[in-house]
Design a protein around this ligand. Sequence first.
Ligand code: COA
Length: 189
Amino acid sequence: MFTISNETPEDHCAIDSLLDAGFGAERNALTVYRLRLAPPRPDLGFVIRDENRLVASLRFWPVLVGPSMPALLLGPLVVAPDRQGAGLGKRLVRHALDQVSRDGWRLCLVVGGPNYYAPFGFEPAAPWGFALPGPVALERFQVRALGETTLTDLLPSGGSMVHPWRSVRGGGLIDHRGRWWHETASLAA
Ligand SMILES: CC(C)(COP(=O)(O)OP(=O)(O)OC[C@H]1O[C@@H](n2cnc3c(N)ncnc32)[C@H](O)[C@@H]1OP(=O)(O)O)[C@@H](O)C(=O)NCCC(=O)NCCS
C-alpha cells in the first residue's frame, strides 16, 4: 500500500540512492543546485512509501526572487525506476503542491520537462521576467502561483533573479514566515 508523508532524516540515504538512479552522481553541477545550499527541510520534503520501501521523493528548496519575494524551487522529483509510469510522480507533485499552498507559500518555480509540469499549472518563467543564476534551457524553467494568488499579483518589483534563501547572522536561514532555520552549508559557496 502506498503512503505519502514528509521525509525524515532517516530517509536521506534512501533518497540519495533514488537520486543517483534518476539523475546520476553529477547532478550537483546543475544550475538548480546553486539554489539548494541549505540542508533539506522535512516540511518541504515528501516521500511515497510502498510498505517500508521508499519509492518516490520530492523536495522543495526555499528561494528568494529579487531582494525579498519568497518562493519555492520544486525538485528534485524522482520515482524508483521500477515504479515509474504508474502515476506516483503525479500523485506526489499534487499532494506536495497542495501542502505547501496550505502552508502559505505563494510562488513555485521548477526546472524540468515542460510536458511533465504543464498539467500541474506551470508555465514558462522567463517571459514573466524570472531568471536563474546560471545556464538553463529556458523552456525547462517554469513557474506557477500557489493558492488563490495569480502570477500577475506576484510579479517581481525589485528584480527577478532567483537567489538562495537569505542567510542571517550566526549562519542560519529565515523562512517565509520569518522563522529561523538552521543551516550547515555555506551560502557563500
Ligand atoms: C519523471 C518522473 C518523476 C515521472 O514520475 P512517474 O511516476 O514515472 O510519472 P507519472 O506516472 O506520474 O506520470 C504522470 C504523467 O506524466 C507523463 N510522464 C511521465 N514521465 C514523463 C517525462 N519524463 N516527461 C514528460 N511526461 C512524462 C506520464 O505519461 C503521465 O501522463 P498522463 O497523466 O497523461 O498519463 C520519473 O519518471 C523519474 O523519476 N524519472 C527520472 C528522474 C527525472 O527525470 N526527474 C525529472 C523531474 S523534472
